[in-house]
Design a protein around this ligand. Structure first.
Ligand SMILES: Cc1cc2nc3c(=O)[nH]c(=O)nc-3n(C[C@H](O)[C@H](O)[C@H](O)COP(=O)(O)OP(=O)(O)OC[C@H]3O[C@@H](n4cnc5c(N)ncnc54)[C@H](O)[C@@H]3O)c2cc1C
Length: 473
């Protein structure tokens, strides 16, 4: 059907296809949006998911090479990521443990040092103490509202780099904290407030949990790729996800369907909207219905990562007893892990280029990038590292509907000046709800946070309908 819609308050009406009148429109088919839609359908709602990209999954996506799906985006599922684990089970997706046996390498200053070397790579006492101090500080930051932490304003003004310079006497402790922030938040510690780091640690289960593979946040990955979870959730929905349709406007509808969701060739009237897109793209959705405002979100300040996969015909580094895991003090490649488990004998290394390194790296010519990466790997694993079957890159800053990763990183001062977090509302204060990993006080920035935020929005809608007696058709 085309056209014929009542005029809205926005600019001139485009000619549109009316997909339908539904109970709920979910904007964004990442894990947050799909989790919301799955839960809402289970509660009997008619749901239309609308996605800008021609695929579902958002920040989960895969390269397919040599018979393998390689996670170009979110991958690891931790032991405490209970909702993702439950969904994986429900949709028939086994998990593969990620731990790689062998010795880790640290290349912190002038040359790589094996973790089992007689001369340690860093002062473990000083580094351990710094990490314990961060975990202790994080324990006092409530993830539900970091603004209520003691000295929140000061913690928010202080950058992690500033804190480390002031509080950590040993240079190894300062260096390892710097590297941790680059790895975990994909940002420069000089750009991250101490309060945000502490919130992130508190939200995600603490520093020791967040950095661990066995028993930690990197315990498993989804066999066949994390994107499969999104694919299967989308395929199980009663209505196909409307792909390739960026939502541009939320306009007023009529009485029982107060919102009209508008995009190129699309207008859907609905009772509720769940906006499950990252904060930057969410801020570009125009013409919110009267009374609806986007709650504070750390818009436009995303972390930055180029994620690399190097595929080899075997995990040759294990011959030297190495695990494939490297932490490096200089870029572009500061962090490498083995991703070979369950890969039919292939050797796969995953590399992360993060923060300012990622922006510089992405601006270089492909041949320059390749040479830089292979030089580093050869220095760690020997000449065989120069001969990958494939070197694959994914630059998340270049994805206009995501704008970076792993998640938004607010600028110093943001938390204590922006207002109440989106998740603080216990019930919807209008027909528009906000989801996405950046809207989760639990496991912010993780797949788990995305799923929890979507399920939370769905449950709030169901509860609000029950409270008002709204009839679900
Ligand atoms: C390289 C990388 C590595 C990561 N590693 C891990 C990891 O190992 N473990 C982990 O737990 N997490 C990891 N993450 C983070 C994790 O992937 C994300 O937290 C999670 O996928 C976010 O899901 P989401 O649904 O909140 O948002 P998204 O996945 O970003 O989904 C939002 C969707 O909204 C769509 N959209 C945007 N604007 C519009 C619009 N106007 N109209 C319609 N649709 C729109 C987007 O196209 C997108 O599909 C990683 C992320 C990346 C990129």
């Amino acid at each position: 059907m085309t056209g014929g819609l009542p005029a809205g308050t926005g600019p001139v009406e485009p000619t549109v296809d009316v997909v339908d009148v539904v109970d709920v429109v979910v904007v964004g088919a990442g894990l947050a949006g799909l989790a919301a839609a799955t839960e809402l359908e289970a509660a009997g709602r008619r749901v239309q998911v609308v996605e800008a990209l021609p695929r579902v999954g958002g920040r989960t996506a895969s390269h397919h090479r040599y018979g393998q799906a390689l996670d170009a985006g979110g991958a690891y599922v931790g032991t405490r990521h209970t909702r993702v684990r439950e969904l994986a089970r429900r949709f028939g997706l086994p998990l593969i443990p990620t731990a790689a046996p062998g010795v880790n390498l640290y290349d912190l200053r002038s040359e790589p040092v094996r973790a089992d070397a007689g001369r340690p790579a860093f002062n473990a006492l000083a580094v351990g103490d710094a990490l314990d101090r961060l975990d202790d500080l994080a324990a006092d930051v409530p993830p539900t509202d970091p603004r209520t932490a003691a000295d929140a304003a000061e913690l928010d003004r202080l950058t992690v780099a500033g804190w480390a310079a002031r509080e950590l006497a040993h240079p190894d402790a300062r260096l390892l904290v710097d590297l941790l922030v680059r790895q975990m938040l994909a940002a420069d510690p000089a750009d991250v407030s101490l309060l945000h780091l502490l919130f992130y640690l508190s939200s995600g289960g603490g520093l020791h949990y967040l950095t661990a593979f066995s028993g930690g946040a990197q315990q498993d990955r989804i066999a066949g790729g994390a994107h499969l979870l999104a694919d299967r959730m989308a395929a199980a929905l009663a209505r196909p996800v409307r792909l390739g349709t960026p939502v541009t406007d939320l306009r007023p509808g009529d009485g029982s369907h107060p919102v009209r969701v508008v995009g190129p060739g699309l207008a859907v009237r609905c009772a509720w909207v769940v906006v499950a897109v990252p904060p930057g793209p969410a801020a570009r959705i125009r013409s919110l219905p009267p009374g609806v405002r986007q709650p504070p979100a750390p818009a436009r300040t995303m972390g930055a990562t180029v994620k690399l996969h190097l595929v080899y015909d075997c995990p040759f580094w294990t011959d030297a007893g190495l695990s494939g895991w490297v932490t490096a003090g200089t870029g572009p490649l500061r962090y490498v892990v083995d991703d070979s488990a369950g890969r039919a004998g292939l050797g796969v290394l995953v590399g992360f280029v993060t923060g300012p390194d990622a922006h510089r790296y992405a601006a270089q010519a492909p041949a320059v990038r390749r040479a830089a990466v292979l030089d580093r790997l050869a220095g760690w694993f020997g000449p065989a590292a120069r001969r990958p079957l494939a070197l694959l890159e994914r630059d998340w800053q270049a994805e206009p509907t995501v704008e970076g990763c792993y998640a938004a990183v607010p600028e110093p001062g943001w938390w204590t000046t922006a207002g109440r977090p989106a998740w603080s509302a216990t019930a919807p204060d209008g027909p528009v709800l906000w989801a996405g990993t950046e809207r989760s006080p639990e496991f912010y920035g993780h797949l788990e946070g995305a799923v929890r935020s979507g399920q939370r929005a769905a449950r709030q809608i169901v509860a609000a309908d029950a409270a008002t007696g709204r009839v679900v058709r």
